[in-house]
Design a protein around this ligand. Sequence first.
Ligand SMILES: [Cu+2]
Length: 345
Amino acid sequence: MRFSQLGIVTLCTIAAPLLAEDHSHHHHDHHNHGISLHSDAPIGVMGDHVHGKGDWMVSYRFMRMSMDGMLDGTDSVSTSDLLDMMGDYGYMMVPTEMTMDMHMLGLMYGVNDKLTLMAMINYIDNDMDMERRMGVPLTFSTESSGLGDISVGALYLLTADENKQFHANLSLSLPTGSIEEEDDTPMGDDMHLPYSMQLGSGTFDLKPGITYLGAHNEFSWGAQANLVLRLGENDQEYTLGNRTQLTSWIAYNKIPEATVTARLDYQDWGNIDGEDKDLTMMPAMNPNADPDLRGGSRLDLGLGISSTIEKHRISLELLFPLHQDLDGPQMEVDMTTVFGYQFYF
Ligand SMILES: [Cu+2]
């Protein structure tokens, strides 16, 4: 795992609210159960709150990640430079744009005031535009869609009082998403698609984490650290890189019927170990099929708004990259949009 300076900056951002003294009493919200603290976390944060005994929640999230162009390290590289036979890269084909849509259906249940169980099922829809050095047509697109990796897990409340709370997160991701997606391309029909177009990791993944929540008058805040640890090798003979996520946010809830949030999100992910057995001829031609050009890190600024009416919460969060450093050439993220609906019963 790599820890760049960005990671340290984000760690400090997370540590600052932990060190802040807080003597005020947080107003209790209508869906605050038991002794746990109400959370106003942005919708892009998963597992931000525990539930009281016997309480259920259903959630639907839609996430769109838009990628445009390629980065090598922190530098943009143009399509023509990547395809230039006399240049530094000399690829035959490169991705130009990609859209990843994810529909996530989640269920949470409070077994007691300490233990909350949760499950999440995803449907993924990927679209990638490619450009070739030569041939007719020069540009083409590939598509993949279907069930992603199902995750099941639990949250456990460690400590809580009226203005701060810690809980542990632990999920297991099951390899239900396909890693054998194919599509027709100008090179042939039913071609095996590169890593980022596959729908799952192909491995069981362990996802431990820890969440802190704090509150003071009309402000609340939180921080979460998450890991994704890949267990073993998948049937295509590779293992996706492990992932570290550090995120921290602040929420302001004095506006009638709405809460606004700001968040910093740092993610760092490794390269692929091994190589997809159906892509071994591809890395010299297409950077997107190279297992050594998959790692990187990104710091995002997230701006969100949510509104809670009785037992319904509707939220939107937009995330904009402040910094990206990719083992590239690799696709650059332009923006991430998360919309969510949560229903408590
Ligand atoms: Cu919930």
